[in-house]
Design a protein around this ligand. Structure first.
Ligand code: ATP
Ligand code: MG
Length: 248
């Protein structure tokens, strides 16, 4: 069994950045295959990683065409999903994306979940980036996870959103080993007393504190992948240290 990780949290708090840096850490460690999953319909994990996406799972339905003779529809869909796999240097990426035009994302979501469930055993690590909010929990895209990192900034609302994510995981009885809080974009990496009090009130394990990293901003501005940040960049160091604590 591999080790499965997901991120969750309020919009714009740094989920994708933290996911990208966790993938970076696992790739550099070079201890086994890594599957990166972009389960956000509004995908951008590939940009953080520095990869271009030729096809997403969401696009399969439109382009499915006739099922070739001698193949079941299921096998054909599996084959087409496999085609969406993108090879990064030392890891694979698969993107859920979305279907074209109007319509709901359920089908893409179901295919993505099925693919990850089936493929998880072929990888030492699966790292899943989610969209903001909690739908990925009610849809059970985030399940069978060893650790869920609930990412927030220092804001009270962000911390409370992480608390609601924890509560929903409990309520839905999702198979999740651990859910921990990650406070991201913390100036100087030092939490304010008020933030500490809010965390204490919430009663969640504090997984890590990720400092505001000017290099993250600079790379973003220059269109460079966050994945390429140097080892000694403050956010890179903090994410690596945090993840190491939780790896089985
Ligand atoms: N530690 C950090 N230091 C500096 N900037 C950061 C840090 N973490 C994230 N950012 C910046 O904050 C912005 C939002 O980050 P990101 O896209 O990772 O958030 P998100 O939670 O994935 O957003 P969404 O909810 O839209 O998916 C980005 O511009 C990113 O570069
Ligand atoms: Mg994101």
């Amino acid at each position: 069994m591999g080790f499965n990780i997901a991120v969750a949290g309020k919009g714009g708090t740094g989920k994708t950045t933290v996911t990208g840096l966790m993938i970076r850490h696992l790739v550099k460690k070079n201890e086994g295959r890594v599957l990166a999953v972009d389960a956000d319909a509004n995908m951008n994990l590939n940009e953080v990683l520095g990869l271009s996406v030729h096809q997403t799972i969401g696009q399969i339905r439109e382009g499915l065409g006739a099922v070739p003779a001698g193949m079941t529809k299921d096998a054909y869909i599996n084959y087409r999903t496999q085609e969406c796999l993108i090879e990064g240097g030392g890891y694979d990426l698969i993107c859920m994306g979305r279907p074209e035009g109007p319509g709901c994302y359920c089908y893409a979501n179901t295919l993505c979940k099925k693919y990850v469930d089936e493929m998880a055993d072929n990888y030492k690590y699966v790292v899943l980036d989610n969209e903001a909010g909690m739908e990925h929990l009610s849809r059970r895209t985030t399940h069978n996870m060893d650790v869920v990192f609930a990412v927030t900034d220092s804001s009270v609302r962000g911390i409370q959103a992480a608390g609601r994510i924890r509560d929903l995981i409990t309520e839905l009885k999702l198979r999740i080993g651990k859910i921990v809080l990650v406070i991201n974009r913390v100036p100087g990496g030092v939490l304010e007393d008020a933030t500490k009090r809010e965390i204490e009130k919430l009663g969640m394990e504090l997984g890590g504190v990720i400092p505001t990293d000017p290099n993250v901003y600079e790379y973003d501005l220059e269109g460079k992948a966050t994945f390429l940040l140097p080892d000694d960049s403050p956010a890179v160091k903090a994410v690596s240290e945090m993840l190491e604590k939780y790896l089985g």
